[in-house]
Design a protein around this ligand. Structure first.
Ligand code: GAP
Length: 454
């Protein structure tokens, strides 16, 4: 296996593959891009969709204690005042007086105990000052103070402010959760590492409400559940790390936080935070809005504010982790002894953007092409399929290897009965990782592939 030499070398190859194959493009590329913003192409969009669908399936549909919501991105400014974001959602920023770069004060390299500008090497830096990460905007036609609000920097707050409504309509009893997937925006001082730290990104968040006495136990439960999720989408246990945040570094209201981290090519970095946020958020919103956000316990006949455990994951970070983990290069030798490097994305089949490539052996044979088209029609309702009839079959396999397609179906002369009736109406199924092939009856294909991609 020809492993990429170093993390940065590997990362460069991943970024290049993402662009070449249509996973991720720079946003507004033809105008020079927009720093910290990315567009997902056809394969990247399917990958993200599979990830979000599987999260939703695991976190909402397979449970009877979680319901979903889909909140607006723009909310009343008072939400952000009450949550503390308007005053405290900041990063420390410095300016380099020499090259005018804006830098995150807590990420500066040091030389001989002095902070240094990573762009020009100067030590002439301003004092750190707090920079609010929320994007400010105006609602309506007047751009004055009363019209100010922000693009949401997390999806969680919509869940807290709708807690009462959702409790009433869902008629859930504690413990229960509200899940949401959606865009969030942060004006990061230093977006970096490709999509890892972006200014516009998507979150998958669950707020799991509980009795105060169950908070700590549920924190451990959700940590394990979330690790199981990552393993089930194809990230190995060895590549995942749990970092328990020391109490002095936790938010003042948190009684415990774990970061789930992944070994990216650029280092071990956070994928998800699992935090026990106590009753802080509901309390804040109850105080600020004057509206009750408590829970009535029918057994004890008492009212109280529920506590909450929050597993909060990033879609883009997880998609990048999936691509990083899947990326592989291997030297393969054909029957004539010719060697070449095969680039392959070894996605778990349930995450793979395209599940199956369908290939008529020859483009100019009408029977082969028609049969292949019929197979595409048969599979299309169940999964993402791709018909490819151009180029040598080996090249078509390689193209799908690079896209991470786990199965390739080839329609050949046996399929159409030209070599006798024995293999008529069967196709070869090629497995991406082993490159082994097996013969399957066309009528069994949907079930054969279906059980392997779910
Ligand atoms: N509601 C809690 C919350 O938002 P967070 O740790 O700030 O917590 C949760 O964010 C997750 O959102 C992170 O673990 C990460 O996966 C993702 N995320 C945060 N900032 C991001 C950024 N600038 N770019 C991409 N993903 C980001």
């Amino acid at each position: 296996m020809a492993q990429a030499k170093s993390g940065s070398d590997r990362m460069e190859k991943i970024v290049s593959l993402c662009k070449r194959r249509g996973f991720v493009f720079q946003s507004s590329e033809i105008y020079g891009g927009l720093n910290g913003c990315w567009d997902y192409g056809p394969l990247g969009t399917e990958l993200k969709r599979n990830l979000k669908d599987f999260w939703w399936r695991r976190m909402v549909r397979e449970r009877d204690d979680v319901v979903g919501m889909d909140g607006s991105i723009l909310m009343n400014r008072q939400v952000w005042v009450a949550s503390g974001h308007e005053n405290t959602f900041t990063d420390p920023m410095v300016d380099c007086r020499n090259c005018k770069s804006r830098l995150r004060a807590d990420q500066l390299p040091e030389k001989n105990g002095r902070k240094q500008c990573p762009v020009c090497g100067s030590f002439d830096l301003t004092e750190p000052r707090a920079f609010n990460l929320m994007f400010k905007t105006y609602v309506g036609a007047t751009e004055d103070e009363s019209a100010i609000t922000y693009l949401r920097p997390e999806t969680a707050q919509a869940i807290f402010v709708q807690f009462r409504n959702i409790l009433e309509v869902s008629r859930k009893k504690l413990p229960f959760g509200i899940a949401q997937i959606g865009k969030a925006f942060r004006n990061e001082i230093n977006p970096r590492n490709f999509t890892f730290r972006s200014r516009e990104f998507e979150q998958m968040e669950l707020e799991y409400f509980c009795r105060p006495e169950n908070g700590l136990e549920l924190l451990e439960y959700w940590l394990q559940e979330r690790l199981r999720f990552y393993r089930d989408i194809g990230l190995s246990s060895e590549s995942l790390h749990v970092h328990k945040i020391p109490p002095e570094e936790c938010a003042h209201y948190s009684k415990g936080t774990y970061d789930i981290e992944f070994e990216f090519p650029f280092g071990i970095q956070e994928l998800e935070g699992v935090a026990y946020r106590t009753d802080y958020d509901l309390n804040q919103h109850q105080k600020a809005s004057g509206k009750p956000l408590d829970y009535f316990d029918e057994e004890s006949k008492q009212h109280f504010i529920p506590h909450v455990v929050e597993p909060s994951a990033g879609v883009d970070r997880t998609a990048l982790a999936l691509i990083s983990a899947a990326y592989d290069e291997e030297v393969v030798t054909d029957e004539k002894g010719k060697s070449e490097t095969r680039t392959v994305l070894r996605f778990h089949p349930r995450m793979a953007p395209i599940k199956c490539g369908v290939f008529p052996l020859l483009k100019n044979n009408e029977l082969l092409v028609r049969q292949a088209r019929e197979i595409v029609d048969q599979l299309r309702g169940e999964m993402m399929v791709f018909h490819d009839e151009t180029g040598a079959i080996g090249r078509r396999y390689r193209r799908q290897d690079e896209a991470g397609t786990p199965f390739g179906v080839t329609v050949d002369f046996d399929t159409i009965g030209e070599n006798g009736p024995a293999l008529r109406d069967t196709v070869t199924v090629r497995h991406r990782d082993s490159m082994e092939q097996e013969r399957i009856a066309i009528k069994e294909l949907t079930a054969f592939l279906g059980e392997r991609i779910r």
